[in-house]
Design a protein around this ligand. Structure first.
Ligand SMILES: Cc1ncc(COP(=O)(O)O)c(C=O)c1O
Length: 364
C-alpha cells in the first residue's frame, strides 16, 4: 500500500493464478494444462523465428495468425481478433463491449477473472446463481436487464456443458447486449458456438491455445464475432499495446492451428483419460460432476476439499481448491493428466480415503 497508488489500484483484488511450483517429480493437476506437448511443427516454427529477425517488431495485426484462425473456423479475417492469451482477449472485451449502464451478468460459480476485470474497469456486475446441480439455467439470464452476459462453456470450474440450443435460446432472448461465450475448454467435449456467429451479431466466442493446443506457455487466445465487435476490440488493443503478440506467439500459433491431426489425437487421449479418471474416482465414492472439459470437479461425502488437497500435496500431487463461493468449498478441481498422472492421483486418494486408521475432518 502506498500513497502513490491511484484510487483504482487501492480498489483492486487481483486474480490469483494456480501455482507453478518447480519441484521434481511433481504431479501437477492444478491449472488445466495439457499433459501432452504441442505439435512438433510449433517447435520448428519457433526455431525459424530465432533464425529470423528478432530485432524487428512483429506484425502488429498478426495477419497470418488471424487468417489461420479464420480458416480453422470457416469465418473471414474481419471476424477474428487475436490476443496475448484469452485472458487479454477477455480483458479487452470487458472494456470494449461490456462497460454499460446495466450490470454484466455471469454465474456465481465461474472463471474468477470476470469480477477482477469488472473491478479493474469499473463495471457493475451481478452473479447469477447456478442451479442446485451447479448448472447454468438460461432463463435466469433472460429475466434480468443487463449490460452483457459472459460465461465459459463448458463452465469452469464445474466442467458442465450447456447445449447449443440453450445458447441459441439465450441469444434469441437477449439481443440488446453482447453475449460472450468463453470456450477455453470446448475442444474436450463441447460443440462450439462459432457456428452461430453469422446469425447473431451480439455473440462473441473466445478461445485459447493454452489447453487443447498445449500452448499455455506461448500466450495466445482469440475471439470470433461480428466485424463490428472485432473492430471495438482492435480499437482497445491499439490504444493499449500495438504488439501484444510477439513473433514466437504468432508463428507458433499458426503452426499449431495447422496441425489438426496432432490436436485431435491429444484431445482424444485427454478425453479417454478423463473417462478412466472419473470411473476411478467414483469407485472411491467421489461425486464427479459431468465434465466436458480437461478437468473434473469432485467432492467426497466424508472429506473436505481443502483437507484432501493438503494431503495430496504432501504426496507430491497438486490439485486446485477454491475457498469461495461457499457452496464449492467441499470440491476439488482436478486437471486430467496422462493415465500415469491419474493413476498416481487415484493411488494417493485411495490411501487417504480408505485408510481406516485416519479420521476424516469432514462432516459426514
Ligand atoms: C474459463 C477460462 N477462460 C479463459 C482462460 C484463460 O486462458 P489463457 O489466458 O491461457 O488463454 C482460462 C484459463 O485457465 C479459463 O479457465
Amino acid at each position: 500500500m502506498s500513497r502513490y497508488w491511484s484510487a483504482v489500484v487501492h480498489g483492486l483484488t487481483p486474480y490469483v493464478p494456480g501455482e507453478q511450483p518447480r519441484l521434481p517429480n511433481l504431479v501437477k493437476l492444478n491449472t488445466n494444462e495439457n499433459p501432452y506437448g504441442p505439435s512438433p511443427r510449433v517447435l520448428e516454427a519457433l526455431r525459424g523465428e530465432v533464425a529470423d529477425s528478432l530485432r524487428l517488431y512483429p506484425d502488429p495485426t498478426s495477419q497470418r495468425l488471424v487468417q489461420a484462425v479464420a480458416a480453422r473456423h470457416g469465418v473471414v479475417s474481419s471476424q477474428v481478433f487475436v490476443g496475448n492469451g484469452s485472458d487479454e482477449v477477455l480483458a479487452h472485451t470487458f472494456q470494449a463491449l461490456l462497460h454499460h449502464d446495466q450490470p454484466v451478468l455471469f454465474p456465481d460459480v465461474t472463471y474468477s477473472f470476470y469480477p477482477v476485470y469488472c473491478r479493474l474497469y469499473g463495471i457493475a456486475y451481478r452473479e447469477i446463481p447456478l442451479t442446485d446441480s451447479l448448472e447454468i439455467d438460461v432463463d435466469d439470464y433472460l429475466q434480468t436487464s443487463n449490460g452483457g452476459i459472459v460465461f465459459p462453456n463448458p463452465n469452469a470450474p464445474t466442467g458442465r456443458l450447456l447445449g447449443l440450443s440453450d445458447i441459441e435460446r439465450l441469444l434469441q432472448g437477449n439481443t440488446a447486449s453482447v453475449v460472450v461465450i468463453d470456450e477455453a475448454y470446448v475442444d474436450f467435449g463441447g460443440t462450439s458456438a462459432v457456428s452461430l456467429v453469422l446469425s447473431y451479431p451480439q455473440l462473441l466466442v473466445t478461445h485459447t491455445l493454452s489447453k487443447s493446443r498445449s500452448l499455455a506457455g506461448l500466450r495466445v487466445g482469440y475471439a470470433i464475432g461480428h466485424p463490428d465487435l472485432i473492430e471495438a476490440l482492435i480499437r482497445v488493443k491499439d490504444s493499449f499495446n500495438s504488439y501484444p503478440m510477439d513473433r514466437f506467439a504468432q508463428a507458433g500459433a499458426v503452426a499449431a492451428l495447422e496441425d489438426q491431426d496432432h490436436f485431435e489425437a491429444a484431445c482424444r487421449k485427454v478425453i479417454h483419460s478423463r473417462e478412466r479418471l472419473v470411473a476411478g474416482l467414483e469407485a472411491l465414492s467421489f461425486e464427479v460432476l459431468p465434465s466436458a472439459a480437461n478437468f473434473v470437479f469432485v467432492r467426497h461425502p466424508r472429506w473436505e476439499g481443502a483437507e484432501l488437497t493438503a494431503r495430496l500435496r504432501e504426496r507430491g500431487i497438486i490439485v486446485r481448491h477454491f475457498c469461495n463461493p461457499a457452496r464449492i468449498v467441499p470440491f476439488m478441481r482436478i486437471t486430467v493428466g496422462t493415465d500415469e498422472h491419474c493413476d498416481a492421483l487415484l493411488g494417493a486418494l485411495r490411501g487417504i480415503v480408505l485408510d481406516a486408521g485416519v479420521t476424516s475432518s469432514a462432516t459426514p
